[in-house]
Design a protein around this ligand. Structure first.
Ligand code: NAD
Length: 477
């Protein structure tokens, strides 16, 4: 049992203002495995005040990037030593298969942190330019106090995508974990203390939406970084628009995997296990529309049904598990609702369906719908579970048209024997990333969405720029 009765504010474990608690329930056993205080608006006020003090008067923004990198390098080293503990906690709280928690959640979070630590040494923090009347210094300064709001599906990773660049930039942060998966943030807070990050630089307040909204609109916040649903992103963007407050939004997706005529189906199916079904399908960039050439449609349907139907479903703590339980009962209801909807829309289930694989835990059977038209709701709306839609296309132009016929624009992939040609097809897809014969998020390259999938980019130098203001200082020659 992971019991916490304090909040991490101003570098210390602080008593919450309210008396409410958030119970964390195991998606596998349905038993309570942890408890944290439910943050209130008053807690957010205290956290923002601490972050504001640390930014306005504390050492952090005044240190050089190299000095900050030294502190964060210690954190990255601690993280590397103990990431197994982090992976176990993530699997326990949100049900990600342990193998994915180890590599896709904990190790990736550590890599992102290490990436920004290393980037500090080669990033152009300041440069001299030739101006019209004389030299101009272009300085890049931290944007200020950052509100970081993130979801339960990849809690460490989506936090680290914000925390690492914000901290290396010299910002201070108030992070709001989701009520479903707040435990991993407590472990990170211990490491942050141990690494010697100055007081008030990182503050963590687990809470629900209303308190999140209070944080977004707080007058002492300078920037908002949000990962979550498109619906919530729109509301947050509207508030930030009114306040003229910079905001980065990483939102939903309904990405396409395009299988070209010449693709090796065995290798493609192996690749789709990750690209389409990582993290139980609870992944914003999951490629849940599978586009197959009409000429090979039956063959692809058979291979896809065999691959998805053969996935090992079970206890997420077991290293052989490929699909674990969904995060919550509510999420299972949502996914089962979409399976029902697909049937009503006339699509055909070729593996999976509504029969639950286990009596206990929030499991759904990994499911593939064939005969899907791209205008069906199961092809347009994000399901956020292990449910794939197989859609036929006539020729390559048709495949590109279908892939782009989406309000989202987050990820995607092209599967082919001709990698160069795959790259040409990937260029035609209106999404923030599109892999060829694989799908991966790389710390060194930007990640984010076109269209309803968001605004701005995380990762890479672009992800650091999101936490910087640019200042020009001209002077006479
Ligand atoms: P959600 O939008 O309901 O919640 C996400 C977070 O925002 C939670 O911490 C929640 O408490 C908070 N929140 C919700 N409404 C808010 C508001 N108005 N003001 C302030 N905070 C608010 O999303 P969810 O159901 O928890 O997560 C799943 C969604 O996240 C999916 O749509 C998925 O695609 C998206 N996601 C996107 C990415 C990406 O990088 N693009 C990554 C992971 C998840």
């Amino acid at each position: 049992m992971h019991e916490h009765d304090r909040l991490f504010i101003d570098g210390d474990w602080t008593a919450p203002a309210g008396t409410g608690a958030i119970e964390v329930v195991s998606p596998h056993t349905e038993e309570v495995i942890g408890r944290v205080p439910e943050g209130t608006a008053a807690d957010v006020d205290a956290a923002v005040a601490a972050a504001r003090r640390a930014f306005d008067r504390g050492p952090w923004p005044r240190m050089t990037p190299a000095e900050r990198a030294e502190v964060l390098g210690r954190l990255a080293a601690l993280y590397a030593d103990r990431q197994q503990e982090m992976a176990d906690l993530i699997t326990a709280e949100m049900g990600s298969p342990i193998l994915f928690s180890v590599f896709g959640q904990a190790a990736m979070s550590q890599l992102v942190l290490q990436y920004y630590v290393d980037l500090a040494a080669r990033f152009a923090w300041e440069e001299e330019r030739a101006g019209m009347l004389g030299p101009v210094t272009v300085a890049r300064e931290p944007v200020g106090v950052v509100a970081a709001i993130y979801p339960w599906n990849a809690p460490q990773f989506t936090l680290m995508l914000k925390l690492a660049p914000a901290l290396i930039a010299g910002c201070t942060v108030v992070a709001k974990p989701s009520p479903e998966a707040p435990l991993d943030a407590y472990l990170l807070a211990e490491w942050i203390r141990e690494a010697g990050v100055p007081d008030g630089v990182v503050n963590i307040v687990p809470a629900g939406r209303e308190v999140g909204a209070h944080l977004v609109a707080h007058p002492d916040v300078d920037k908002v970084a949000f990962t979550g649903s498109t619906a919530a992103g729109r509301k947050i963007a509207a508030v930030c628009g009114e306040l003229l407050r910079p905001v980065t939004l990483e939102l939903g997706g309904k990405s396409a995997a395009i299988i070209l005529e010449d693709a090796d189906l065995d290798a493609t199916m192996e690749g789709l296990k990750t690209a389409s079904l990582m993290n139980n399908g609870e992944a914003c960039a999951a490629q849940t529309r599978i586009l197959a050439p009409r000429s090979r449609y039956d063959e692809v349907a058979e291979a896809l049904a065999a691959m998805v139907g053969g996935l090992a479903v079970g206890d997420p703590a077991d290293y052989s598990t490929e699909i674990g339980p969904l995060v919550a009962r509510r999420q299972r209801e949502r996914v089962e609702g979409y399976i029902r909807l697909g049937q009503e829309e006339g699509a055909k289930i070729i593996t999976g369906g509504l029969e639950r694989p286990r009596d206990r835990g929030w499991y759904v059977a990994p499911t593939v719908f064939a005969d899907v038209r791209n205008d069906m709701r199961i092809a347009q709306e994000e399901i956020f579970g292990p449910v794939l839609a197989l859609i036929p296309y006539e020729d390559e132009d048709d495949a590109v048209r279908i892939a782009n016929d989406s309000s989202y624009g987050l990820g995607g992939s092209v599967w082919t024997a001709d990698v160069d040609h795959g790259v040409e097809v990937a260029r035609r897809i209106r999404t923030g990333s599109c892999g060829v014969n694989l799908y991966v998020l790389d710390p060194n390259t930007p990640f984010g969405g076109f269209k309803d999938s968001g605004l701005g980019r995380e990762l890479g130098p672009e992800g650091l720029t999101a936490y910087l203001e640019h200042k020009s200082i001209p002077r006479p020659a």
